[in-house]
Design a binder for this molecule. Structure first.
Ligand SMILES: Cc1cc2nc3c(=O)[nH]c(=O)nc-3n(C[C@H](O)[C@H](O)[C@H](O)COP(=O)(O)O)c2cc1C
Length: 201
């Protein structure tokens, strides 16, 4: 409960309950559960319904490819992500079929990742996104056509375990309450008699 978002308004509990966990249990995510999570991601909106998200993944039980996933991660992520049940690499397909750049690709991948994580949350599975990784290594180890596909972020998925399982500083982070900007800091209503500037410092 310490991680549950404290909201002023009646925000949906699925959103309040999601947080980026690091302590993962031995319980495996089944292939069926994982496909449910991916199917949810696939129902995300996208520019031209082009669906530029791509996911490469390995279950922990596949020692070879799971280890390759872990090898891509930075030193701050390896110590806890190695205990995830599944590690996913999320990639964006950079261009449309006619070769023009899809300027919405990163936006749409991010949206799909949010949908993926919320579906996981609804299944009591925790996800943790990781931008700390070696992109060149990811491209090499997974033989990615980097002209067409861009690795963007890794995602660790697993069932939750106790914070005590972690080493510091991760143990403390696992029990530190989450904080957010107030809504007034990132929204501004425009009205006819409101002459204030928009996010100009
Ligand atoms: C694109 C992206 C990259 C991130 N990279 C890392 C990372 O490399 N390591 C890590 O521990 N957390 C990483 N995070 C998790 C954020 O730190 C986390 O979402 C943020 O602190 C808010 O916490 P919450 O998700 O529990 O609400 C990343 C999140 C995103 C969206």
């Amino acid at each position: 409960m310490i991680k549950q978002a404290k909201t002023k308004h009646n925000v949906h509990e699925l959103i309040r309950n999601r947080w980026s966990a690091r302590s993962f249990s031995d319980k495996e995510i089944t292939q069926d559960e994982l496909e449910t999570i991916f199917e949810a991601a696939g129902w995300t909106f996208s520019a031209m319904n082009y669906q530029p998200w791509r996911y490469i993944y390995a279950h922990q039980k596949d020692k070879v490819y799971f280890q390759k996933m872990v090898d891509c991660l930075s030193g701050g992520n390896k110590p806890w992500a190695k205990d995830a049940s599944v590690i996913i690499m999320a990639l964006a397909k950079k261009n449309y079929d006619n070769g023009t750049t899809n300027i919405s690709a990163l936006h749409d991948l991010g949206a799909a990742n949010a949908t993926l994580i919320l579906q996981a949350t609804a299944m009591n599975i925790y996800g943790h996104l990781m931008g700390g990784y070696d992109k060149e290594k990811a491209i090499e180890l997974f033989d990615i056509d980097a002209d067409e596909f861009e690795p963007v972020v890794f995602i660790a998925l697993g069932y939750l375990d106790l914070p005590e399982k972690l080493i510091e500083p991760f143990k403390t982070r696992e029990v530190t309450p989450r904080t957010r900007k107030d809504v007034s800091e990132f929204t501004k209503e425009f009205t006819s008699d409101n002459k204030e500037s928009f996010f100009r410092e």
